[in-house]
Design a protein around this ligand. Sequence first.
Ligand SMILES: N[C@@H](CCC(=O)N[C@@H](CS)C(=O)NCC(=O)O)C(=O)O
Length: 210
Amino acid sequence: MASYKLYYFDGRGAAELARLVFKQAGVDFEDIRYTGEEWPQHKSEMPLGAMPVLEMDGRKICQSLAIARYLAKEFGLFGSNNMEAFLIDELFEIFAEIMNSHLVKIYYEKDEDKKAEIAETFKKDSAAKYLNLIEKRLKENTSGSGFYVGSEVTVGDLLLYNSMYGHRKWLGKFGVDVYEGRPLLEEHFKLVGALPNIKKWAEERPETAF
Ligand SMILES: N[C@@H](CCC(=O)N[C@@H](CS)C(=O)NCC(=O)O)C(=O)O
């Protein structure tokens, strides 16, 4: 098996999903975390001058969601047929859209009150649309196991778990919880959080600001 190095800052951020895939698969990797001071001297070593970056036997690849999907495919966490793989891809696109069309506005807004306003507007105007579909997909999976697709855990489950955790922490600072009143998502979060490898990692991972 390849030797893996994952480069990122000392945060969950855009690297955490890849870490969760490694942990769930039980595959070792070097979790390299640069400080803000160290970063400028390493920026030019990265394909797009940004992180996360995954290095495998000397080859560096980038883009957090592509990295997570690549690893999931390598480790058998991408569903058991083409429709399951599609539904996982659909979920990735949903969260990319939430991030790039909505949450990024909060990130770039400097004024704390305005950040809170944008978070509240996102909750009222758009979040329901996305979360309704995610809940519908969960219900459509008749396996009864509670996973997002099929009967085995996939990177789709890890993505949903990680997004809920991260969004709650971040938007919680503005008193906004877009996931509230969604028992199905709550149950799914508990299910994934109770997987032994995920539970262990959630307990032992460093407490970081983002
Ligand atoms: N679309 C990229 C975004 C990468 C990105 O912007 N990374 C940020 C950290 S989350 C970064 O490296 N910032 C430092 C810099 O650009 O110098 C991904 O998902 O990997």
